[in-house]
Design a protein around this ligand. Structure first.
Ligand SMILES: Cc1cc2nc3c(=O)[nH]c(=O)nc-3n(C[C@H](O)[C@H](O)[C@H](O)COP(=O)(O)OP(=O)(O)OC[C@H]3O[C@@H](n4cnc5c(N)ncnc54)[C@H](O)[C@@H]3O)c2cc1C
Ligand code: FES
Ligand code: FES
Length: 451
């Protein structure tokens, strides 16, 4: 198969296995070894490159980026971030000036993230750089270097245009084509952002004999907003979700800001995060607490269901072979929604527990309650007994204490490397108390503590 993209300003046409990663190809076939391999699983950012498409530039991890995902796009590696005559990019000069590198292994990845942030005019450097790990310099000089370039103009060579390309064989361009193809090839693997599937290849060394990439299917990439709903195509990235929900769902947005890293959010899709059926995915608890609807398609047949019904058991979802997730629809407003992610690190960490609460109180009485947790069972699901203990009761600390005691009837969590069962049980109860505090005007966020 033939994949065409711009590499540091030069058009390349590549014949490659569909699951060959950009990182391997750069280092092994092009001898572009500036892009480093650290973890090879999306965690460290040493392999960061800048990828430009019609929507603009974004930072991505080359280690879990398959070559077909680049068709019709432009890639800039660290070798192409300095100018054609060797002139340093302003962020490179600033890293020198501010002593931003010691061993230097992480530096190309930082440079790619910083140059992309610089191009985008970003000043939220902590978020831009949260997916880049540095073990020896420390972040203060690096962030100072990023700050120092705020007023520097973007060098002309950084403004990539995207090449015109023909369709590529593994990327159906319409939903009809994709749905027909998948129904006829139910054993094939769909690849959306590849933040899960990438690891099947790099860590589990799995062969994927038949694949289809979703990123060229425009219908799956759309976002439609009405007065009442927000409707996401399954292939909308978490960065795009974050931008779309920021105003209406600030607490959900704060959860998504802590989803992986900039590079992971730029790749991972909302549909992939649901379809993979993970018990610790961050979207499902928030979406279930809001009462979101999931849409599926199998050939010509479409159906929809409350998202909570999709998750049947650990590793088992209500999705037939050859059926794809097409859309998710959520309410435009859910003012009582609060989402709490408990993880060992603030950024770039999977939830140990994710609790999402949406309790409606009218005249001091709980009129409805939707509470959903991830990390408490084999699937993300609702706390029906806790909800029942709240509904119809006065919205008081006493009601909360009584309801919190019911979590054991809803969930039997397990112990794993992220948290013990006892910790999970206790934190679930504490989060209900936190929600009550939050909704009754008490300060609960440690981020807002000021000296
Ligand atoms: C470093 C790192 C950090 C992460 N941090 C987080 C985090 O903080 N929170 C979190 O929730 N997750 C996190 N993840 C997990 C991952 O990002 C998500 O599960 C992601 O949303 C998967 O989406 P994707 O588009 O990358 O899916 P892919 O990897 O492309 O696909 C995942 C699965 O879903 C299937 N699939 C994809 N789209 C469809 C569709 N439309 N219909 C049917 N099947 C489909 C694929 O075939 C595959 O089985 C992290 C991953 C990495 C590598
Ligand atoms: S090598 Fe660590 S994120 Fe790619
Ligand atoms: S400079 Fe050594 S890891 Fe960052």
């Amino acid at each position: 198969m033939n994949v065409t993209f711009l590499l540091n300003g030069e058009t390349v046409k590549v014949e490659a296995e569909p699951t060959r990663t950009l990182l391997d190809w750069l280092r092994e076939d092009r001898a572009l070894c500036g892009t480093k391999e650290g973890c090879n699983e999306g965690d460290c950012g040493a392999c960061t490159v800048m990828v430009t498409d019609a929507d603009g530039a974004k930072a991505l991890n080359a280690c879990i980026l398959f070559l077909p995902q680049l068709h019709g796009k432009a890639v800039r590696t660290v070798e192409g971030i300095s100018g054609p005559d060797g002139a340093l990019h302003p962020v490179q000069q600033a890293m020198v000036d501010h002593h931003g590198a010691q061993c230097g292994f992480c530096t190309p990845g930082f440079i790619a993230s910083m140059a992309t942030g610089h191009l985008q005019g970003r000043s939220d450097h902590d978020d831009v750089l949260a997916g880049n790990l540095c073990r020896c310099t420390g972040y203060a000089p690096i962030v100072r270097a990023a700050e120092a370039t705020a007023d520097a103009p973007v060098p002309p060579w950084m403004n990539d245009s995207v090449p015109q390309v023909e369709a590529q064989p593994y990327g159906p361009e319409t939903l009809d084509e994709l749905a027909d193809w998948y129904a006829a090839h139910p054993d094939a693997t769909l690849i959306a952002g590849a933040t899960d599937v990438g690891l099947w290849v790099t860590k589990q060394l799995r062969d994927l004999p038949q694949v289809a990439f979703l990123n060229r299917c425009k219908e799956l990439r759309g976002i439609t907003q009405t007065d009442k709903t927000i409707h996401f195509g399954a292939a909308v990235t978490m960065t795009e979700v974050l931008a779309a929900i920021g105003k209406d769902h600030p607490s959900y947005a704060e959860l998504i800001r802590r989803y992986g890293s900039e590079q992971v959010r730029n790749a991972a899709t909302i549909g992939g995060n649901i379809a993979n059926g993970s018990p610790i995915g961050d979207n499902p608890p928030a979406l279930i607490a809001m009462g979101a609807t999931l849409h599926l398609r199998h050939g010509d047949m479409t159906r929809e269901m409350p998202l909570e019904d999709f998750f049947i058991d650990y590793g088992k979802q209500d999705r037939a072979p050859g059926e794809l997730v097409t859309y998710v629809t959520l309410p435009k407003k859910a003012p009582a929604l609060r989402c709490y992610k408990i993880s060992k690190r603030f950024d770039q960490d999977i939830s140990a527990v994710c609790g999402c609460f949406n309790v409606i109180v009218a005249d001091g009485i709980v009129s409805s309650a939707r509470i959903a947790f991830g990390g408490m069972a084999g699937t993300p699901h609702r706390a029906h007994q806790v909800e029942a203990a709240l509904t119809g009761q006065p919205w008081t600390r006493g009601t909360i204490t009584n309801a919190a005691a019911r979590f054991g009837e809803d969930y039997t969590p397990m112990s794993d490397m992220r948290a013990s069962a006892a910790y999970r049980s206790e934190i679930a109860q504490n989060l209900l108390h936190r929600y009550f505090a939050d909704m009754t005007g008490q300060a609960t966020s440690v981020l807002e503590v000021t000296p």
